[in-house]
Design a protein around this ligand. Structure first.
Ligand SMILES: Nc1ncnc2c1ncn2[C@@H]1O[C@H](COP(=O)(O)OP(=O)(O)OP(=O)(O)O)[C@@H](O)[C@H]1O
Ligand SMILES: [Mg+2]
Length: 178
C-alpha cells in the first residue's frame, strides 16, 4: 500500500502519463492549515462511466496484465474521507483530467508527506514524451520547474551527472520554501 502523500502524488501523475498526456502540471500549495494538490493533464480523459468505475478499488482499465486492482484514486478518496479532507476529479473524454485534493496537514490520521525531492526527481526523469511542470508553494514562497526548461538547460535528464544536478536544483528550491 501507499505510505506517503508523495507516493500518492507519484501515482496520480503516473495516471496522467498512462492517459497519454503531453502536458502535465503538478501544483502543491501548502499553508499551516491546508495542503492543496492539483494535478492537471491533457490526456485522454474519462467518460462519466469510467470515472464512476475508477473510484472502485477493484476496477482498473486493463493496463495491468496481471492485476485488476487499481489503487491510485481509491487511496486518494479513502485518505480524504478518513481525514475530513476533500478530493474531486474534473474530466472530459478526449480533453483531459484535473484531480484536486485538499487535506488538513494537522490531522493525526494524515499519512506523512514523504520525500518530495526524490518524488520530483523521479517524475522529471521518468521516460515519457510530454512536459511536466512542478509548482510548489509554502506560505508566501514558491518555485516552479518544468521538464522542458530543464532539458533545454541540461540536456538528457537521465544522464547520471544531470540527475545529480537536477536533485541539487530541486533540493535548493525546496530549501528556499522553509
Ligand atoms: N488522469 C487520468 N486520465 C484518464 N484516466 C484516468 C486518469 N486517472 C485515472 N484514470 C482512470 O481511472 C482508472 C483507475 O485509476 P487508478 O490509479 O485508481 O488505478 P490504475 O491506474 O488502473 O492502477 P494503478 O494505479 O494501481 O497502476 C485508470 O485505470 C484509468 O482508466
Ligand atoms: Mg493509477
Amino acid at each position: 500500500m501507499h505510505a506517503t502523500i508523495s507516493d500518492l502524488i507519484t501515482d496520480l501523475v503516473h495516471n496522467s502519463i498512462e492517459a497519454n498526456a503531453k502536458e502535465i502540471t503538478l501544483n502543491v500549495e501548502e499553508t499551516e492549515t491546508n495542503l492543496k494538490v492539483v494535478i492537471q493533464d491533457n490526456g485522454k480523459g474519462m467518460s462519466a462511466e469510467t470515472l464512476e468505475k475508477a473510484k472502485d478499488p477493484f476496477w482498473s482499465d486493463g493496463k495491468h496484465e496481471h492485476r485488476k486492482v487499481g489503487l491510485g484514486l481509491p487511496f486518494l478518496f479513502q485518505t480524504s474521507e478518513m481525514t475530513g479532507g476533500s478530493a474531486e476529479i474534473e474530466t472530459k473524454e478526449g480533453t483531459g483530467t484535473t484531480v484536486t485534493f485538499n487535506l488538513d496537514p494537522q490531522n493525526v490520521d494524515l499519512p506523512m508527506f514523504g520525500n518530495f525531492v526524490s518524488t520530483a526527481v523521479s517524475l522529471m526523469t521518468y521516460g515519457f514524451e510530454g512536459n511536466l511542470t512542478i509548482e510548489h508553494s509554502r506560505n508566501r514562497k514558491n518555485y516552479s520547474v518544468s521538464k522542458n526548461e530543464l532539458t533545454d538547460a541540461l540536456g538528457n535528464l537521465n544522464d547520471m551527472e544531470n540527475m545529480i544536478l537536477l536533485k541539487q536544483f530541486i533540493e535548493s528550491n525546496e530549501k528556499e520554501l522553509r
